[in-house]
Design a protein around this ligand. Structure first.
Ligand SMILES: *Cc1c(COP(=O)(O)O)cnc(C)c1O
Length: 260
């Protein structure tokens, strides 16, 4: 029942067009669709299916249960969980075929002695966001340590702090640090290793050609990631409602609680 008669109308074809536009921008890097927080409120299962149907190959979410919901909704694409996941939840991640993020030596210690099959991990490298992850030198040591313990590290990524600013020097510094990390990896022990870097703003404004993927969220929903407007983005969400009552009041009258 929806007696309130207010709802969000989601335009899946606009979402697909945004994905295709951003994929062209990222090329030859590919686009990982960020569908965390229920696809920024748009409905993660439906949008993940729409992304899959036009050939998007990777999804990213923030939390384990978001990934599980998409799996249970019938989407089989690789899904990366961007946040830290507790060691007790590792078996569930593995069961649902989710890829997790490795961010510290402490986390590595927590998982190495688990006597269960482990999921794949991507290492997050802190190049300036100063949230998850360690600086590139320590991340390299973490990579080597994890691999030597038999953990499958199948990718690495970093996150930009200022990709929405024009010609940001900080972005170049972040890129340099990430490139140093990648250059230090040496021979990759697993068949494929994926590097990924830009968010929406970086997908639109930067050259991502040296990396395998970009991770775009906000722009895929047709919202501007920067004050520099990109007219190619199509709005995906529209609010609809029914007007139940209109009234005229005198100029200067107050309205509602506290007369505010
Ligand atoms: C949310 C998020 C993104 C997507 O950012 P947008 O600005 O919405 O494109 C990319 N990478 C990480 C690590 C994120 O947490």
């Amino acid at each position: 029942m929806n007696s309130r008669k207010t709802f969000a109308l989601i335009d899946l074809s606009a979402y697909k067009q945004n994905l295709l536009y951003l994929s062209r921008k990222a090329f030859p890097a590919k686009l990982m669709a960020v569908v965390k927080a229920d696809a920024y409120g748009h409905g993660a299962v439906e949008l993940s299916k729409a992304a899959r149907d036009i050939g998007i190959e990777r999804l990213a979410v923030a939390f384990l249960e978001e990934g599980i919901k998409i799996r249970e909704g019938g989407v089989n694409l690789p899904i990366l969980v961007l946040n830290y996941v507790d060691r007790h939840e590792i078996p569930i991640a593995r069961k649902f075929g989710l890829t997790l993020t490795l961010c510290s030596f402490g986390q590595l210690e927590e998982i190495v002695d688990l006597e269960v099959p482990l999921p794949d991990f991507h290492i997050v490298v802190d190049t300036g966001m100063r949230r998850l992850g360690m600086e590139w030198e320590d991340s390299l040591r973490l990579y080597e340590s994890a691999v030597s313990k038999g953990i499958r590290i199948t990718g690495a990524y970093t996150h930009f702090a200022t990709a929405d600013e024009k010609e940001s020097e900080f972005v170049s510094e972040q890129k340099d640090s990430f490139d140093r990390f990648l250059a230090g990896l040496g021979e990759i022990p697993f068949g494929s290793f994926e590097s990924h870097i830009s968010n929406s703003a970086g997908t639109i404004f930067l050259d991502n050609s040296r990396y395998d993927y970009v991770r775009a969220g906000i722009a895929t929903y047709g919202l501007q990631p920067s004050i520099i407007v990109d007219n190619n983005l199509m709005p995906v969400l529209e609010w609809k409602t029914c007007i139940s009552y209109l009234k005229k009041i005198h100029a200067g009258y107050s309205v509602s609680y506290g007369r505010t």
